[in-house]
Design a protein around this ligand. Structure first.
Ligand SMILES: [Zn+2]
Length: 206
């Protein structure tokens, strides 16, 4: 089942404690990249973003920041915002709250941020309650499906084009699986929306 836009039952389940979009007076799109930083993907994405003067938010997996601290520093130094995506990319629905919160906090040994995105978008209510003391919990408006083996790079581009509007939070991945699709779709989207007067901004941290 493909959910390019978040299904209504998830919106009801999570309530108002999580962020799905960022209403904006300007024409603004919030691009996000999950699961890095990785040397095979993240620097190429940064080069593309720079060409369009676009800023974005990278939800890093702590384990990857530990392995590739220089790429984390590059993301940060180029003016993008980094968010926490847990240390081991845990599924909140399958993890008890103490372990889950501990795994998120473990990232603090390697980088600090006030933004958190639950891996797979799966988080329990109690986990939200625990984490929202320290983090804004960011979900999304539009999922590109760049990670999905049955979605082509052309479909990935169309998923975003058909569903994105001002204030949308759009999910891509700087993972190996998504590499070909994100590198195909991203420059085309930046070109398309820039011509229509949109800007690309990072999600404001607290
Ligand atoms: Zn993820």
């Amino acid at each position: 089942m493909n959910w390019i836009n978040p299904p209504i039952f998830l919106r009801i389940y999570y309530g108002t404690d999580v962020i799905w979009n960022i209403p904006s007076k300007e024409k603004t799109i919030f691009l996000t990249f999950d699961d890095g930083p990785l040397p095979e993907t993240t620097p190429e994405i940064l080069t593309i973003l720079k060409k369009y003067n676009a800023k974005a938010t990278f939800f890093h997996v702590g384990r990857n920041v530990k392995q590739h601290p220089h790429i984390y520093r590059q993301v940060f130094s180029e003016g993008h915002v980094t968010g926490n995506h847990s240390f081991d990319h845990l599924n909140g629905w399958k993890t008890n709250t103490n372990n889950y919160v501990g795994n998120v906090k473990k990232c603090e040994e390697y980088f600090h941020t006030n933004l958190f995105r639950p891996p797979f978008g799966r988080i329990k209510f109690q986990q939200i309650k625990n984490l929202q003391k320290d983090y804004k919990i960011i979900l999304w408006s539009v999922l590109s499906y760049d990670f999905h083996h049955r979605v082509t790079k052309e479909q990935c581009l169309e998923n975003v084009k058909k569903n994105t509007k001002s204030g949308s939070i759009v999910v891509f991945h700087d993972s190996l699986k998504a590499r070909e699709k994100v590198l195909y779709a991203l420059p085309k989207l930046l070109e398309y929306y820039s011509k229509m007067g949109y800007q690309f901004a990072a999600i404001p941290a607290l």
